[in-house]
Design a protein around this ligand. Structure first.
Ligand SMILES: *Cc1c(COP(=O)(O)O)cnc(C)c1O
Length: 380
């Protein structure tokens, strides 16, 4: 986070002018800087957070595809993600169809064999910033005439074949939450290649207003504008992006060396990163041989914060009760039911995966302490 002195002048300018929101100077500047960094054709559109950016991006595509507010269709989405991904689908009155992931922990498009006629959209996800096989997913979406959206919330700075994902025609979102690679405290952005989607998004984040004289609306948007103070913090952090990524890269190499050794010794498995992907590692995930409860307790006792993240969203209470039913043939969930059969890999890792802290300004001693603590755990 930037020190207060480095943002004091800009913030006090905002307060003095009263221009603290409504896409004023600093939100516009942040959007312009994002466009330069990501080399996107169209200027990114900032939101108050990543989930609202995704919610509105899905809504914009639903409108572009010609659907009305209460219409519904099915959306392919990996179960292995954050709840927010699926909430953004469901809150658009759309139905998630949970898909499996492969050992990159991202959508395994090869496992999808039949495309039901109700499926109109794919939402892919870059867990931990790891990117899926973008070329294959784009081909799949084109061949089946599906809208393609990318929840790239954790993946700022990650590249596929040395380009940012928007280069491949995706509509994507990023999160600038305090925990992510670039932070605006709370914040997010949609990066799209379609002018119609872009102009719908600008309305949606502003209540759906298409004109400001009477505030008339033609679609129900939710107020999800980024505040100026967030943009100011975002700008300060984006100015440091090269430092953030180059320094972090060094730590990533250290983690890869260390944990690949533990993998060779049979203690765990690492997430696979494709050769053509650079992953910025929001966290460093490891897949243990057994349930992660003991490992997490042990690390926490040793003062190392770690998270059971990401998770299998189909097994979270709401989605388990609504969509995953073990009495499929006799139950009354009116076509919402799904079978766990297609989610084998996800089910096999969901209780064994732990994400370890990794970031740019981690000291050498902190990394060594983490490594030694893991080593001790596996020795005992
Ligand atoms: C962080 C994250 C989100 C949510 O972003 P917010 O800015 O916190 O709303 C959504 N999806 C994924 C995959 C994330 O990692």
């Amino acid at each position: 986070m930037p020190v207060i002195d480095s943002i004091a002048r800009e913030f006090s300018e905002c307060l003095n002018s009263g221009m603290v929101t409504n896409n004023s100077k600093y939100v516009c500047k942040f959007e312009q800087m994002l466009q330069e960094y990501l080399s996107s054709k169209i200027r990114p559109i900032c939101f108050n957070n990543g989930e609202m950016a995704l919610f509105h991006l899905i809504q914009a595509w639903k409108i572009k595809l010609g659907y009305d507010i209460y219409d519904s269709f099915d959306v392919l989405v990996p179960s292995f993600t954050f709840s927010g991904t699926v909430n953004a689908i469901v809150m658009n009155n759309l139905k998630p169809v949970f898909c499996d992931v492969d050992d990159t922990l991202t959508l395994d498009i090869n496992k999808i064999d039949k495309i039901d006629k109700n499926i109109k959209m794919v939402v892919a996800v870059s867990v931990y910033g790891n990117l899926p096989d973008i070329d294959t997913i784009v081909q799949f979406a084109d061949a089946n005439k599906l809208a393609l959206i990318f929840d790239n919330a954790p993946g700022f700075g990650s590249t596929y074949k040395e380009k940012y994902p928007n280069y491949y025609g995706y509509s994507e979102i990023y999160s600038f939450h305090a925990t992510k690679i670039i932070s605006s405290m709370e914040g997010g952005a949609a990066v799209v290649n379609d002018h119609e989607i872009s102009s719908i998004l600008k309305k949606l984040r502003d209540f759906g207003q298409y004109e400001k004289e009477r505030g008339d609306i033609d679609t129900p948007g939710l107020n999800s504008k980024m505040q100026e103070i967030s943009a100011i913090v975002g700008i300060k952090n984006l100015e440091k992006i090269d430092y953030i990524i180059t320094e972090k890269k060094k730590n990533i190499r250290r983690y890869e060396d260390f944990f690949q050794n533990l993998e060779k010794e049979g203690n765990l498995k690492n997430m696979r990163v494709r050769n053509d992907v650079f992953c910025t590692y929001l966290y460093y995930p490891i897949i243990l041989n057994e349930d992660a409860t003991d490992f997490v307790t042990y690390l926490n006792q040793e003062d190392i914060a770690c998270r059971r993240y990401y998770t299998a969203v189909h097994s979270l209470k709401l989605y388990r009760n609504k969509f995953m039913c073990d009495k499929r043939s006799t139950c009354s969930c009116s076509g919402y039911c799904q079978e766990e059969e297609g989610l084998k890999y996800t089910n096999s890792i969901k209780d064994r995966i732990v994400s370890l802290p990794i970031h740019t300004e981690m000291k050498k001693e902190e990394i060594e302490y983490l490594f030694n603590t893991c080593k001790k755990y596996f020795k005992d």
